[in-house]
Design a protein around this ligand. Structure first.
Ligand code: FAD
Ligand code: MLT
Ligand code: ZN
Length: 489
């Protein structure tokens, strides 16, 4: 028997004692879908997949892996965009998937908070809260599959960040199993707490490298009494940025989402979905706007008409469609939420996730567009994303047959990423706004972050996980963590 099968056998038999037989998957037919990412770009292998149902089981599984020298890859809905939840082949590992740890533990009506376990699917959480008259405002295309643990660990963004912030702004407290198996109960539901370092923030966006998030206390808001959606076409990206300001002034705090698509992006969505265009595609840019509020009496469509009339007069908007009912609004939003799937269907899509200050979005797109079109004449370049937080996804789609090997395709992807990242960093932006670093951007993080940044990150990682057992090879390269042993800050 090989060392690996012996190790698998020892792991499975001991882990089964902890979770029961249904909590451990080890045969290839059971595990295959856990080993590959949503975009089907990264594939790895682990000894087994564990599906614990309690935080105590998570703790015991972590202690077991420590004792056997097996790395742990935390996983939730596996919809991540950077390969962070995919196991690597260079070291024996176990996927610890939190999907079965999925209860809504407690809703506190007066405190406007909920305590929910890491495996709860976002759509389930939102529906449960809606029945209680509450809103958890995080919303993204993967709402039906992504889970609380993944959202926290990637510090996810989505379409409502403009009004409510990203996960970092929405988390009040966390429960985490640390790399030595200790359970940290940081499930506070306080809005104010200055009693020392804010430890939960370290785990938000850590992509599973510092511990396993098992539950989160989250901020809630009142359900809106009314909402409305409009789609507008615009002559330029700068018009979109200016229109956002017009809405911020004209509609007060009611702007829930403000999402942009380039013409090519919208055409590709329409080509891959059974949707028709709500307006002629004769302009280069399209924005979907949602207004929502819990005020007692207001009319979203009247507000839209009022604000848009001024914007048309100023030449910011060419054409506009206001959804007359919620079904029509849903159809408009389906166009936006279908972007990633449509791009994946079209070809090999390299989706970037940079952010720049909102005031620099226009110059960023101008520079990136020119450089990408010069370098990749055969690719389609699309733009989509979140104008309200400067996070525009630049998406380069290659025909699947264009490169004849994986190596050439990956080299083209790396080059495209580099061009986009360089342009954003030159404009004081970031190489990752909401998807994280994962496996995909480790080298670029090394390139674009300062040495002091990387050293602080590596020191934190070593302090929490000296054995580098939690999601090794993600976010920071192993060499960086090893080097931190010889450096003091
Ligand atoms: P996973 O993919 O399972 O994991 C993501 C990372 O978190 C991995 O590094 C993993 O190791 C770690 N992790 C998972 N669970 C835990 C845990 N319990 N403890 C510690 N670490 C853990 N993202 C956005 O931000 N905004 C968008 O608008 C957006 N739109 C999307 C649209 C589509 C169609 C798709 C497929 C994805 C989209 N995403 C978006 C990306 C993705 O949905 C988010 O990154 C999401 O937060 C991942 O959640 P998950 O449960 O699938 O996590
Ligand atoms: C989005 O905003 O649609 C996402 O972050 C997904 C993507 O970039 O593909
Ligand atoms: Zn996004």
């Amino acid at each position: 028997m090989s060392d690996i099968s012996e190790m698998r056998q020892r792991l499975v038999s001991a882990a089964t004692q902890i979770t029961g037989i249904k909590g451990i998957l080890a045969s290839p037919s059971q595990t295959a879908s856990y080993f590959i990412d949503w975009r089907r770009r990264y594939r790895g292998e682990a000894l087994a997949v564990a599906l614990p149902t309690t935080v105590e089981q998570v703790s015991e599984l972590v202690k077991l892996c420590c004792s056997l020298g097996i790395a742990i890859v935390p996983q939730a809905g596996n919809t991540g965009m950077t390969g962070g939840a995919v196991p690597l082949d260079d070291r024996p590992s176990m996927i610890l998937n939190v999907s079965k740890l999925n209860r809504v533990r407690e809703i506190d009506d007066l405190n406007n908070s909920v305590i929910v376990e890491a495996g709860c699917i976002l759509a389930t959480l939102r529906e449960t809260l809606e029945r209680a008259g509450k809103l958890f405002p995080m919303l993204l295309g993967s709402v039906g599959s992504c889970q609380v643990g993944g959202l926290v660990s990637t510090n996810a963004g989505g379409i409502n960040v403009l009004r409510y912030g990203n996960m970092r702004d929405l988390v009040l407290g966390l429960e985490v199993v640390l790399p030595d198996g200790q359970i940290w109960n940081g499930l506070k539901v306080l809005r104010k707490d200055n009693s020392g370092y804010d430890l939960k923030q370290l785990f938000i966006g850590a992509e599973g490298t510092l511990g396993i998030v098992t539950a989160a206390a989250l901020k809630l808001f009142p359900q809106p009494t009314n909402s409305g959606t409009a789609m507008v076409s615009l002559p330029s990206i700068q018009a979109a940025v200016d229109l956002l300001r017009v809405f911020a002034h004209g509609a007060g705090g009611k702007v829930e989402a403000f999402e942009i698509m380039s013409k090519g992006q919208l055409e590709n969505v329409l080509a891959h979905h059974e949707e028709s265009s709500p307006m002629p595609l004769s302009s280069p840019w399209y924005v979907l706007i949602e207004l929502a509020d819990s005020s007692i009496s207001w009319n979203p469509n009247e507000l839209f008409e009022q604000v848009l009339a001024g914007a048309v007069e100023r030449g910011l908007v060419r054409d506009a469609v206001i959804a007359s009912d919620s079904k029509k609004a849903e159809r408009l939003w389906r166009l936006r939420h279908s972007i990633s799937e449509a791009n994946m269907r079209k070809g090999f899509s390299v989706a970037n996730d940079t952010s720049v200050p909102i005031s620099k979005i226009s110059v960023f797109i101008e520079q990136v567009d020119e450089r990408l079109k010069q370098e990749f004449k055969a690719a389609d370049v699309y733009y989509a994303g979140h104008v309200g937080d400067g996070n525009i996804h630049v998406i380069i789609v290659f025909d699947r047959g264009f490169y004849d090997s994986d190596e050439k395709r990956e080299a083209a992807a790396a080059r495209a990423n580099f061009i986009v990242h360089e342009a954003s960093v030159d404009l004081d932006g970031s190489i990752s706004a909401e998807h994280g670093v994962g496996l995909m951007h480790i080298e670029e993080l090394e390139h674009f972050k300062s040495d002091v940044d990387l050293q602080m990150m590596a020191q934190i990682k070593r302090a929490f996980d000296p054995g580098n057992i939690m999601n090794p090879g993600k976010v920071l390269g192993t060499h960086r963590i090893d080097a931190a042993a010889n450096v003091t800050l």
